[in-house]
Design a protein around this ligand. Structure first.
Ligand SMILES: Cc1ncc(COP(=O)(O)O)c(C=O)c1O
Length: 447
């Protein structure tokens, strides 16, 4: 029987009925039912009771193989014993001090050892804060004001950067070669937009023109090497190296936001691209599942931080529990662990893409490393090189149907078309995911 959005929605609501009721109840005190609107999974969120390894267990009594993993944070899955015992140790000695504690230093050392561009690190509680910290460091060091970012890039929810993450299908301002900024939210002041220069992904010629025109007052280019939260777009290697060369020439700091992409490899995605940015933003896996962000970079950019001219300081920055969990997480994530995880992701990509090609289905898995995108497009083999490609060619109804259907069959992808893998996943888990995906896609695309 053909799988439709209507039927899948009904099946989903039935299977996750308690979660639906809970969403309603929570809305009485929390607008929308929960603090992160990204929990929405179509009709409502799926409330979780607990997590273990590669699984979450929902309040409706179902076990789901978790391909969300807190939006890429949980590279070790849930309740990993090494992180759990590190946290128990940290809790036993107290977890909130008006003094420094060794964990922060140990984690900073681990990061500096892995990421060549990072010689100094400052921690915060979230990558949103660390993105803003990176911009402040760039502005202070260059004496310039403006920020450039990519249309479709996400760098947190704070005013200066919450711009043009998801300009919607019907609101794509400016030409593709020179996009114009749009705030992600009501309440962002208009003058924030005046400081923002937008760039198009994978179009070096246009980027060079825009950067040259604005170089006199442009402090930094903020970028992901693979955009994720705004929609997965992989940047071409030559494009990234081109941006590096132009920013270097024009005295603009290149900030690479590795909040998600740090899970690509031992040296981050910048290690795989072999590119050395001026500043690096980190988050997600470095806190082992606790709230932690960091900004790092060349020592000289942090001299003004050291002297106190640049102020970066918050009550919970470098929190003992988060840094301790981060150390435990990175300890497990050695080169072999990254390789194995990326190998599982490659299997999903290669097997589903080969099958879709054989069957001429307009479906593809794309992206690199253990954070993949999947898409239903207007035609088989459609190239997705920019955010506007996603907005133009992706079939949103199919994405939604697939996500709902997957959840009813025991899998939990990110409903907007992303997969994030975890170390406890087995080959059998991946087999199950591939087989189920094929079954659903065939049902959906049946004539
Ligand atoms: C690339 C990137 N930068 C920054 C952030 C913001 O991180 P946080 O939610 O920890 O503030 C995110 C979150 O998804 C992200 O993906």
């Amino acid at each position: 029987m053909k799988i439709t959005l209507k039927d899948s929605t009904e099946r989903f609501k039935e299977k996750f009925k308690i979660s639906g009721e809970q969403t309603k109840k929570c809305s009485e005190v929390i607008p929308g039912g929960y603090s992160r609107h990204t929990f929405d999974y179509g009709p409502h969120a799926i409330f979780v009771e607990r997590g273990e390894g590669q699984y979450i267990f929902t309040i409706d009594g179902h076990r789901l193989l978790d391909f969300n993993n807190n939006f890429t944070v949980n590279v070790l899955g849930h309740a990993h014993p090494k992180i759990a015992s590190a946290l128990s140790e940290a809790i036993a000695i107290g977890w909130s001090f008006g003094n420094p504690i060794k964990y922060e230093f140990q984690l900073a050392q681990m990061i500096c050892e892995r990421i060549e561009a990072v010689e100094r690190v400052k921690f915060s509680c979230s990558a949103s804060e660390s993105c803003i910290s990176a911009v402040r460091i760039a502005r202070a060091n260059t004496g310039k004001n403006k920020i450039a970012k990519f249309e479709g890039g996400y760098h947190g929810f704070l005013d200066d950067l919450a711009i043009s993450t998801h300009p919607s299908f019907d609101r794509l301002p400016g030409p593709a070669k020179k996009p114009l900024p749009l705030p992600d939210s009501a309440g962002i002041p208009n003058n924030t937009l005046e400081n923002m220069i937008l760039l198009p992904q994978n179009d070096l010629e246009s980027c060079e023109k825009i950067l040259r025109e604005n170089a006199h007052d442009l402090a930094c280019v903020m970028m992901e090497l693979q955009a994720v939260a705004g929609g997965i777009i992989v940047l071409d290697r030559e494009f990234v190296h081109g941006i590096r060369a132009i920013t270097q020439e024009l005295g603009i700091l290149m900030i690479v936001d590795e909040t998600i992409t740090l899970r690509a490899g031992y040296h981050g995605l910048q290690g795989i691209y072999d590119v050395k940015p001026d500043l690096v933003v980190m988050g997600k896996i470095i806190g082992g599942g606790l709230p932690l962000g960091a900004v790092g970079g060349r020592k000289e950019y942090f001299d003004m931080v050291e002297s106190g001219q640049i102020s970066l300081s918050g009550t919970h920055h470098g929190h003992p529990l988060a840094t301790r969990a981060g150390i435990a997480c990175l300890d497990v994530m050695d080169e072999a662990a990254f390789d194995r995880l990326n190998g599982l992701a490659d299997r999903i990509k290669n097997e589903l893409n080969g099958w879709a090609e054989e069957n001429n289905f307009p479906f593809q898995v794309y992206g690199a490393f253990s954070c993949l995108g999947y898409a239903f497009t207007d035609k088989p083999g459609r190239e997705l090189k920019t955010h506007r490609d996603l907005m133009t060619y992706i079939n949103g109804e199919h994405l939604q149907t697939f996500a709902l259907e997957m959840a009813t069959r025991g899998f939990f992808p990110v409903h907007r078309g992303q997969l994030s893998l975890s170390v406890p996943m087995t080959d059998e888990d991946i087999d199950g995911f591939i087989t189920t995906s094929k079954d659903i896609i065939e049902g959906m695309l049946e004539k």
